[in-house]
Every structure is written in C-alpha cells, then in structure tokens.
Design a protein. Structure first.
Lengths: 311, 372
C-alpha cells in the first residue's frame, strides 16, 4: 500500500480582491518508508498540501488518502497515525521541556517511556534542560523538542513542514541525520523545504512552483535529466558579466549562483573557447569558464523557465 | 476521560505558572470590592455651597444655618454679589449658589412673600438635580418653621393632611454598599469567565498549539471541556473570595442560601464561558478577542443595572437588558444577599440563565471547527 496518495488536489483561497490558486491539480504518491521532499520556493503551495494531508484543511476538489484512509472521511483514523510538525514551532512556551513532551504523549494515549527509544537520540540532547520552559530554549533546541513531540506517539507517517527554515547549519545537518534514522525505523516522512541543497537528502522529490508540481523523481534522476552541459563562469566584474552572458547569442539560460554564473548553451556542439574570446573582447579579466555537474537548483531553474508563470 | 484529565492538568499547570494572572484573580476581587462600593456612591454629601447674602438679617442667617447643618452642604464661599459667586462656580469651587436678596426678611414680614434664587452648576446633571431638590426640601422646612412662629396652629387641622412616613425594606438604612457589593461580585465572576476564557483559547490559536491539538485524536468535546472546567472553577473561587471579602469588610452576609447563590452562579458561569468560547471562535488574535470582550463588557455593565437602575431606562434599553445575562446575575445576587429570596422566587431566573447556557454553548460548539 502507498503511504500517501494525492489525486488532483485543488485548493484556492478567496479574498475580496482576488482568488489565489494555492494548489493547482496536484497528484503524487509516497511509498512506505521513504523520505519524500516537496521542494519549492515560498508560496509554492507546500504548506497547503501539508494542511490538507493532516486533515486541517479541506481541498476544493480532488482526493487524498493516508495508508488507505481518506483525509476527509477517515480523518479520525488519520489523526492517530500521523505526526505533524508545522513550520512555526508550536509548543507550550510556559510548560517545561518534559511537560510538553509528556502532554503530547498523553493526548495520543501513550507515555514517554513507551516510545522513548524513538525519540532517544533527539531527546538525550534536551534532557539536561528538561525542567526549562520551552519558551526559554534556543531555536535549535525548540525545534528538536517540536520534533520529539511530533514523534512521541510513534506515528506511521511524519509530516515536517519546513523543519529547517531558520535553523543553524549544524542543527540542520543533525536534523537530516535524525530523519535518516527515523526512516530506518520504518517511518514514512514527507518533508518540505525551500533549500535546494537539502533535496538530495530525500529519496524522492517533487519540485513545486506556483501550486504546480514541475517534476517528481529521485534527486539523482532529476539531475541526470538536466541533459545539458553546464558551465560556471566567473570574472572580476560579475554583474556586467551576467549582462554580457545573457546577451550572447548562443546563451540559452544564465543564472547567478552565489559567486558564479551558471550557463547553458543552445547548441551542445558550440566551442566554448569562442565564448571566452567574446568575453575578453568585452573587457572581462580574470575570466574562468569551467564545465560543472548540475545541481537540483539548476534543474529547478531550468524547469521554471520551461513552465512560465501563468501571469 | 483519561485525555480530559491530562488536558485539565496541562491547563492548571499553565494557570498556576502564570503568576500575574493568578495574583490578579485574588487581588482583583479584594481591591474592586474595597474601592468600587465607596467610589460608586449616589448619596450626595459635601455639595459645595456659595451664598450671596445681601440681607444680613436674622432670617437669612437662620436659612444659611439650616443649609450648613443639614449635612449635605459645605459652605465654601460667601460672596457679596451674584457675579462673584458665579466666578466661584466657574473656578469649580462651588456647585450651588443661594442668592438671598436684599430686604428678604422685610418682604417676608410685610408681604408674607419673598424670593430666593438657587443656581446650580449643571455640568454634572445628577449633582445639580440632587442639590436643587435638597435645597428645595430645606427651604420648605424653613418656610414651615417661620409659619409656625407666626400662626398659632389650631388643635385640629382645618384641612385634612396626609402625613407620609416611609420605611426601607431589605436595606433599612439605605446603605448603598449593600446594593453595590452584590453587583460587583457578579461583575467579577463575569470578568474571569468571559475574558480569561476567550483569551486563553485565542492564545492557543496565536501560538499555533491549537494546530497540534487539532491533528491529535482529541475530541471536540474534550477540548472544550478542558477549557471550560478550569475557568468555571476559577470563577467559583473568585466568587467565594468575593463573598468572604464582602463579609469581612462590609459585614454583608447573604440573607438567602449560599447553595442557591452558588448554583445560580454555576449555571451563569457555564453560559458566560460559552460566550467566551464563542468569542474565541471569531477572534484570531488576543488583541481582537480583548477588543470584542471589552465591547461586550461595557454593554453588559452599563445595561446590567449595576450603576443605573434598569427601571429608569427607556423601554428599548429595558428590552436589551433582557438579553444581557449579567443583568440576571446582578439581580439574583441582590435578591439573595439583601432579600433572602428562595428558589421559588428565582425559578424564572434559573430557567432563563439555563437557556442562555444551552444556546451560547451550542452556538460555540457549532462554530468551533478543527478543520478549516
């Protein structure tokens, strides 16, 4: 059985001024025991999908089920088997670490002791502070506690909505290691993130933009399907370089990526030294052009270009 | 049941950890009961009096004496002209001017007729009205006295006279505090039941913890009971403190039974907690909830008969008091504390407040949704 099946879900939000299409005919499925990532920028519709799947929000049309339970008809059964960690940590700030965990255990009719092994890795780091109020914890600690609280009832499926947004790099790394361990225990994980570098840590990913899924595949396949040579270009003056690269007739796409510009060309057979000569005549010094392997972000940019916005 | 127990435990943990609110719950009834009944006193004493005596006769002195010895007035100024006295009013140093004209005594003796002018500062209409009516009474008495001085009354009145004596039932000394204290008690119970409940639930919305509860198998009734029971208990605690304070400070001990009083307050609290819950389903932030709660509290208090008697209100306002649950609690509190009314006298009130409890809670539960 599939852990999660989503069929043609549509969700719109209507305000007085306009109707916003948040989720536009989205379908995907998640296998049991996999880490599935929804990757996309803010406003891609990730949170809406999470809220629909966790029975907090009703879709306009389409259907979804979790381990065979329909999110509308069988919402009661679903609430027993899922763990949800919303993007905004929601803990009781005035209760201590231990009280928070105990409370979330008891409302799911379980105890900390019963499922301690599941949260042990994470909770061990929190234990020295267990009498501290949740509101007084650091960001990373709060987040670990939130994850512990979402896990304490041993859910079959864990929903993590942007768990690494606003978290320091060390804690981010730790969190992904934890997710791997949870996966090893057989928990299916649906995770969303706006960070492209986290995509390759998922088993499969769905790239999302403006409520639509652009592509679903393993991170490796997504990269493989890029299918173009990719060059990283640098010089002394990066901004004029970007302008010149975009004006170059052979250029297909050129995006700024940190301290480099990533470039794809229209003709694969094009001799790249021609470009170098052209750029030198345009007055660029210290020029380097290097062929590189594409990353998820390159694929995402390419897909975005291929699916122009409806606006 | 087990889940409810844990919800309640969590709620009490939070309440007891919120030291400020907890202190307020104890300090509020004590302070309000000490301050409000003294401040909200309708009896007028110390009306500031300015007198313009142009006559300086025996009669004018007698009249002035009558005013100053009545206990209602405090002579603050003697002016030689009306204009001077008016200045004193403008400076807010007097509320009332008594202008005794020249030849006051002479006219009275010669023509059996004389005139006095009373001018009141009517910025506060209530003070002005009372001051004038007190003055009228004093002048009438003065008038009667000089009449008896002149005329030897016949043994039997030539005209039939009805003599009026009045006695004040249930509050024989017309102690204003007896009237205001039960009302303040009702107000305190409302504050705790209504405002604290709605703020508490909206706080869970604001911090997002309600989402966590919504994805859990907690049932709607468990969540709602988990919120209502702690504040019901707090409301009752405040009422007990309130009764204790009013006994210690004012010696007010209910004439009627505590059992009936607390039963009524218990049902009333269920109604007002339901209203708090209903408010919280509309508000998204504590600020909104506070504003809505404040709006209703103002109406509840002003149309509740705490300060202004409902009997004095125009008809349309009277109808509004019928849908104001606070007015019933204030009335019942007064009936039990002052009059010692029993259940039979209050059956109508019990019926109405039970209806409020049912309707408000049903509305709140219908409007509370785990899914949006």
């Amino acid at each position: 059985m599939k852990a999660i099946t989503v069929n043609n879900i549509v969700k719109t939000y209507t305000t007085k001024k306009e109707t916003i299409l948040a989720v536009d005919d989205v379908s995907f499925s998640v296998e049991e025991g996999e880490i599935f990532g929804l990757i996309g920028p803010d406003g891609a519709g990730k949170t809406s999908i999470f809220r629909i799947l966790t029975t907090l929000l009703l879709a306009d049309s389409g259907s979804a089920n979790i381990l065979g339970f329909d999110v509308v008809k069988n919402f009661k059964e679903i609430r027993d088997i899922i763990g949800y960690m919303p993007g905004r940590f929601s803990l009781y700030q005035d209760l201590t670490v231990e009280e928070n965990l105990e409370f979330f255990a008891t409302i799911f009719n379980t105890t900390i002791e019963e499922n301690y092994n599941l949260v042990a890795d994470i909770y061990k780091q929190l234990e020295p502070f267990k009498t501290r109020r949740a509101g007084k914890l650091s960001g990373g600690m709060k987040q670990k506690l939130a994850l512990s609280c979402a896990l304490i009832h041993k859910p079959k499926i864990l929903f993590l909505d942007e768990p690494t947004t606003g978290v320091d790099p060390v804690s981010r790394k730790e969190l992904w290691e934890m997710l791997k361990r949870l996966k090893a225990q057989g928990i299916t994980i649906l995770v969303s993130t706006p960070y492209m570098d986290e995509a390759k840590l998922c088993d499969r990913i769905a790239l999302m933009q403006k409520g639509k899924i652009l592509q679903i595949d393993t991170p490796q396949n997504v990269v493989n399907e890029f299918g173009k040579k990719l060059y990283a270009v640098r010089s002394e003056n990066m901004f004029p370089l970007l302008m010149d690269l975009r004006e170059f007739p052979q250029t297909e796409n050129c995006f700024a990526f940190g301290d480099k510009h990533h470039l794809t060309l229209k003709e694969e057979t094009f001799d790249i030294s021609e470009l170098e000569k052209h750029l030198i005549t345009r007055g660029h010094s210290n020029l380097t052009i290097k062929k590189i392997e594409p990353e998820i972000e390159d694929c995402f940019m390419q897909l975005m270009k291929a699916h122009p916005n409806d606006e | 049941m087990r889940t409810l127990k844990f919800l309640l435990r969590k709620e009490f943990l939070q309440i007891f950890r919120n030291k400020l609110i907890l202190r307020m719950i104890f300090i509020m009834p004590v302070l309000q009961l000490i301050i409000l009944p003294f401040a909200a006193n309708y009896e007028m004493k110390n009306i500031l009096l300015s007198i313009v005596d142009r006559d300086h006769s025996e009669y004018s002195r007698k009249l002035i004496n009558k005013f100053t010895s009545s206990g209602y007035f405090k002579l603050t100024n003697l002016s030689s002209s009306y204009a001077d006295a008016l200045n004193v009013i403008e400076e807010d140093k007097a509320d009332l001017i008594i202008d005794i004209p020249q030849n006051f005594e002479k006219d009275l003796l010669r023509d059996s007729q004389s005139k006095i002018m009373i001018s009141a500062n009517a910025i506060n209409g209530q003070t002005a009205g009372l001051a004038v009516s007190y003055s009228n009474t004093i002048i009438r008495e003065f008038n009667n006295e000089i009449r008896t001085e002149w005329i030897q009354q016949p043994r039997l009145n030539s005209q039939p006279v009805i003599e009026i004596t009045s006695s004040n039932w249930f509050n024989p000394r017309m102690n204003y505090k007896y009237f205001i204290v039960p009302g303040v008690l009702a107000l305190l119970v409302t504050l705790v039941g209504f405002i604290l409940t709605s703020l508490n639930i909206v706080k869970e919305k604001e911090t997002g913890t309600i989402e966590q509860l919504n994805v859990s198998p907690i049932k709607k009734y468990q969540f709602i009971l988990g919120k209502l029971i702690p504040f019901w208990i707090l409301g009752m605690v405040v009422l007990i403190i309130g009764f204790a304070v009013s006994f210690v400070i004012y010696g007010i001990f209910p004439q009627g039974s505590f059992l009936i009083g607390f039963s009524f307050a218990g049902i009333y609290l269920i109604a007002i907690l339901g209203f708090g819950l209903l408010t919280s389903t509309f508000a998204e932030t504590q600020q909104q909830a506070m504003f809505i709660a404040y709006f209703f509290m103002m109406i509840f208090v002003l149309l509740g008969g705490l300060f202004a008697p409902i009997e004095n209100m125009p008809d349309w306002a009277k109808y509004l008091t019928y849908i104001n649950p606070v007015s019933y609690l204030i009335e019942v509190m007064r009936m039990i504390v002052l009059k010692g009314s029993g259940f039979a006298d209050l059956a109508k009130h019990f019926g109405i407040i039970t209806m409020f409890a049912v309707v408000l809670n049903v509305l709140a539960i219908l409007n509370y949704k785990k899914t949006t």
